[in-house]
Ligand binder design. Sequence first.
Ligand code: GLY
Length: 252
Amino acid sequence: MFSKAIVRKPSTTFSQGLSSSNLGRPDYQLCLAQHQAYCEALKICGLELIELVAEENYPDSTFVEDTAIVTKKCAIISRPGHESRKGEVESIAEELIKHRPIERVAAPGTLDGGDIMQLENHFYIGLSDRTNKEGARQLSSFLNKYTYTASTIDVIDSLHLKSGVNYIGDGIIVLMESLKNTNELKDYKKILITAEETYASNCVRINDCIIMPKGFPNTKAKLSALPYKIIELDMSEFEKMDGGLSCLSLRF
Ligand code: GLY
């Protein structure tokens, strides 16, 4: 069960953030409205929100998930792989130190939280353009210290590991079709997301709810068969900036 989430309002510089999508630049007012709806959804899931102020110097800083890995026993502050995002971690560390013992990934390690997928007491660390082997080594060592296990998995077709695969509990992962034969994930029950709905691979289980992006009927039909309340949110403006539902909060 989660009881809290850290979120950060998008800054007015949001549209200047990193993006590889060809979906155009986001509309700021719509982005604020979508973020507000996201915050309301987290409250419906039973979470108390810790709302950090917008950081104008960091256009991508609303994607707070990339700045830390929060477990029941500790929080590990990441070292984001893109230069423009490295400074985002400081205000997150100031907040997380109130809740957990803190560890920090150090240079030359790089690591984005979006590359880290927790399955119960095991963590998959995606090796990507943002997360390097040294970052993975440091994170594994911190996790081992707190009795968790970890292993790496190559990220090939997406920005982050969790852009393409997410754990929704009960031994079930939701993943994009191109990952279906991934050896490391062979033992889990799978909900496969078709190529035209790939963006919906990033959905989030929070307590009795699953939050998923709006506009993906095949995925909705599959998730609706599970015994959870489904909450759909319009994510159009965040998708334009390569962001998904999990990226917008740190849940713990
Ligand atoms: N725009 C999110 C990222 O590239 O990190």
